[in-house]
Design a protein around this ligand. Structure first.
Ligand code: HEC
Length: 155
């Protein structure tokens, strides 16, 4: 997009008076934004927690793939270090998806479930990092209960 003619045109409009000047200022800012070099887009793998999400279905698909295999461990008395590392990773993912779910809000109750998901993910991350099996199991159970509660109302 050629930027120079736009700058000249904007300066021309600026002679016309205060209101026009303000409007021209806005237009000019928008044009300048458009002219500015676009930030580099870093490709992100589809499974990364920070991947852009196109729909709630997509978000749920990724969340389920990450979280559901862990639900079999609810009630487990001990966890290996590898399992705890995995639970930490899943806790981080659940938190991030709780935040992202709000982009698909269906009202205050939905947002409440999304916030609960975020909190249970955080509890899972912290319990697994602390290598606390009882708290890890409880946080997993709370996460699963949150999935189910939101689904019974909104799915
Ligand atoms: C804040 C509410 C909410 C929470 C919390 C939630 N979900 Fe969902 N989920 C939904 C809704 C709504 C749908 C239906 C989406 C649609 O039809 O667009 C859905 C759909 C799904 C689907 C079907 C996706 C598909 O491809 O059709 C799966 C699987 C799923 N959720 C898993 C989970 C898991 C696992 C958790 C917990 C770790 C969870 N969800 C937590 C609201 C939620």
């Amino acid at each position: 997009m050629p930027c120079y003619p736009l700058v000249v045109a904007t300066q021309h409009v600026m002679k016309l008076g205060r209101t026009t000047l303000l409007a021209a200022g806005v237009v000019f800012s928008l044009l300048t934004l458009h002219c500015a070099p676009h930030p580099a887009v870093t490709p992100v793998s589809a499974s990364a927690p920070s991947a852009p999400i196109g729909s709630l279905d997509d978000l749920m698909g990724g969340l389920a793939a990450a979280a559901e295999p862990q639900f079999a461990k609810i009630g487990q008395a001990t966890f290996s270090d590898a399992e705890l590392a995995e639970l930490t990773r899943v806790g981080v993912r659940v938190q991030a998806d709780g935040v992202k779910a709000k982009a698909f809000s269906r009202g205050a109750e939905f947002d409440g479930f999304a916030a609960r998901l975020e909190a249970s993910g955080k509890a899972l991350e912290e319990a697994a990092k602390a290598k606390d099996p009882a708290a890890s199991s409880l946080a997993l159970a709370n996460t699963k209960a949150t999935c189910d509660a939101c689904h019974s109302t909104f799915r």
